[in-house]
Design a protein around this ligand. Structure first.
Ligand code: ADP
Ligand code: MG
Length: 397
């Protein structure tokens, strides 16, 4: 006797647990008027498993499951033996009023109906080759889009600088500031989603990674890497043999779920700022620099990273300015070709005034924050709060 495979039974159990989404006549009419390739594709997704509502497998599986669980109260053993379905979890009493005969009778039409449903589930969950092909092509398009937009921050920064020069303004007003905050926040969001999609589609699976999210982001390792990179850039920029040291206090096994790329960016930017402040306060010809301290604390809610330096601090009047997009105390913006090729791109030490505001957006994107506390005449503490509950959704504006 034909028996459904365990994989098929698992699929049925999986899909039948989702609630089906109701569609009204009005929705169908609205959706179906002047259908384009896009809307027709959406409709097919709605019917396929790739759509979160997984309509057709859900409908079919929940119907099939109903057919399976309609069983005779007096023949449970026989039923289990026949179907190979161990212990179907049915509500007590539900089957008593059910037309059990339709499936309990192996020669009857009920069983035929069941077989039809099985075949359809099998069809519905196996991916047609054109879907696989579509995924590949769509991923390629997304990769191209992402690549095309790589230089946007730099080009925009240069545009803002031109504006600053033309208008001879030292500060940008609130309107431009909040426009840029929204612009860059949405850019981070789009790039996060595209990056995730591309990674899911193309990267070979890495342990502890789901797309670009690392379920066990090791803070110590990332911090060490950021320290090395920031010190290297600092040595190149000031022509130093040895950049200020960075003392790292972090438990070696401190892991949490995060996007490592975001954390690296924030650490690199804050460390560069501290190294620059230390070198410029003590003089690049100084024999020895006071070390920068990077301290990582693990709380229940947050992972907090403090970057402390003895780089003279920021005057209190300038604190609000450090979060604006063109505030920098570097005299001239470093020259950068906006069509730079990423592989030979050298990260600038400073000069765009983008390090802090963009890092704060990254921190806020997943429910964290970035704060700067200064003791003018002594040094600065930057606090990076990262939400470790992983429950906060992306900020919708
Ligand atoms: P950039 O580094 O390109 O100037 P940032 O947004 O990273 O842009 O920083 C803006 C400004 O804030 C810096 O130019 C500097 O004047 C000030 N700043 C940031 N971090 C520190 C720090 N740790 N110590 C002193 N000043 C700082
Ligand atoms: Mg900076």
């Amino acid at each position: 006797m034909w028996k459904p495979t365990q994989a098929l039974m698992d699929t049925i159990t999986h899909y039948s647990q989702f609630p089906a989404t109701g569609v009204s006549l009005r929705q169908m009419v609205q959706f179906g008027r002047n259908p384009s390739a896009g809307t027709l594709f959406k409709a097919s997704q709605f019917l396929m498993k790739c759509h979160p509502s997984r309509e057709s497998p859900i409908g079919i599986c929940s119907r099939l499951r109903k057919l399976l669980v309609f069983r005779s109260p007096s023949f449970p053993e026989k039923y289990v033996k026949k179907t190979g379905l161990a212990n179907p979890d049915i509500e007590p009493g539900a089957y008593r009023s059910s037309p059990w005969l339709i499936t309990a009778n192996s020669t009857g039409n009920g069983r035929k109906a069941q077989r039809r449903y099985y075949a359809t589930v099998d069809d519905g969950v196996r991916w047609p080759p054109e879907i696989v092909d579509y995924n590949k092509r769509f991923t390629k398009t997304l990769q191209n889009i992402k690549h095309r937009h790589d230089p946007v921050v730099t080009t925009m920064a240069m545009g803002i600088n031109e504006y600053k020069r033309k208008r001879q303004r030292m500060q940008i007003d609130n309107t431009i500031q909040s426009f840029l905050d929204r612009f860059y926040m949405s850019r981070i969001g789009i790039r996060m989603l595209i990056g995730q999609h591309v990674a899911l589609n193309s990267a070979p699976e890495q342990e502890d990674y789901v797309g670009i999210i690392c379920t066990k982001t090791n803070v110590r390792e990332l911090a060490q890497e950021a320290i090395e990179n920031a010190r290297f850039v600092c040595e190149e920029y000031y022509g130093l043999f040895d950049a200020p040291k960075v003392q790292l206090v972090c438990k070696p096994d401190l892991n949490f779920m995060y996007v490592p790329g975001h954390l690296s960016h924030m650490l690199f930017e804050t460390l560069k700022n501290s190294l620059r402040a230390v070198v410029e306060t003590h003089g690049s010809d100084s024999e020895e620099f006071p070390p920068v301290k990077l301290i990582v604390a693990e709380g229940k809610e947050d992972i907090t990273i403090k970057v402390s330096d003895e780089g003279g601090g920021v005057p209190r009047s300038a604190i609000p300015l450090v979060w604006t997009y063109m505030y920098t105390t570097v005299e001239s913006t470093p020259p950068i070709d906006p069509d730079f090729n990423k592989s030979d791109f050298k990260a600038p030490m400073a000069g765009f005034g983008y390090g802090l505001p963009i890092s704060r957006l990254y921190a806020r994107y997943f429910g964290g924050d970035l704060k700067l506390i200064s003791m003018e005449g002594y040094g600065t503490d930057v606090y990076l709060h990262l939400n470790r509950l992983s429950s906060s959704s992306e900020p919708l504006q």
